[in-house]
Design a protein around this ligand. Structure first.
Ligand SMILES: [Zn+2]
Length: 246
């Protein structure tokens, strides 16, 4: 009898825990598509997944409410500047103080007013350099950029995730010529190497084209991530993920 229970509990443990989770994928969405982002939450929920939403433009009361709701549902939010001006070009031309006053401060003030804690940022048009990073790290922890000129996937080893980082991601959408089969292979590689891979897109809608994420593609990727035990997490979960190693 005792033996039976032991076997039973081992089996239960195996079934419940499954294979260990390895690596993570961070899907990020830029600009502002609040109503559709909220609509997509059901899909993320179905796969126990979270994303990061990076908002540009004036943070109105309505936008702040959506950002709060997304946070409440376990997602991460961040900022993407007041007027979507390239950090590199405008800082070179007008300096850090000007960029802070015109592109960052209005959004940061609005977040403060609404009690929103925001530690993530996405570079407009993914344009960054060391000078812009130095300014932005004063206000944010994770700075989302692109994969760079080579357009090669970047994999960030889980044990090297830091509290402040630039996280380069790849675009998903017809404009970026992404193919689901390639994306799945990139997820496989992140799991295999216990690394974090980052992607960016904008709206989420059925049949979306150009720079936007088709809902069908998102579901296929979420399903694939689940099948290979790859976490799907928001930027706010990265530090926890690093320290727990789980
Ligand atoms: Zn943008």
């Amino acid at each position: 009898m005792k033996k039976f229970f032991m076997t039973f509990s081992i089996l239960t443990a195996l079934v419940c825990s499954g294979a260990p989770m390895r690596g993570a994928v961070c899907f990020t969405f830029d600009d502002y598509h609040g109503p559709n982002w909220l609509k997509a939450d059901a899909l993320f929920k179905k796969y126990n997944a979270h994303a990061t939403f990076l908002v540009s433009g004036e943070i109105t009361d309505a936008k702040a409410a959506v950002m709060k709701e997304l946070q409440k549902r376990g997602h991460s939010v961040g900022l993407h500047t007041e007027h979507h001006r390239d950090a590199t070009r405008f800082i070179q031309k007008y300096g850090e103080e000007w960029y802070f006053k015109n592109e960052l401060k209005p959004q940061l003030d609005a977040c403060k007013k609404h009690g929103l804690v925001v530690k993530n940022f996405a570079y407009p048009n993914n344009r960054r350099d060391e000078r812009t990073d130095a300014l932005l790290w004063k206000y944010f922890d994770y700075l989302r950029a692109g994969w760079g000129k080579a357009k090669k996937p970047l994999y960030f080893p889980a044990n090297k995730i830091e509290n402040k980082m630039v996280l380069g991601g790849g675009g998903i959408g017809t404009y970026y010529n992404t193919r689901v089969e390639d994306l799945k292979k990139q997820l496989d590689e992140a799991a295999r190497t216990d690394s974090v891979i980052v992607f960016f897109s904008h709206n989420i809608a059925p049949g979306a084209v150009r720079i936007h994420m088709p809902t069908e593609v998102l579901e296929e990727l979420l399903k694939h991530a689940q099948s290979i035990n790859l976490r799907v997490i928001g930027f706010d979960e990265l530090t926890k993920f690093k320290t727990s190693g789980k």
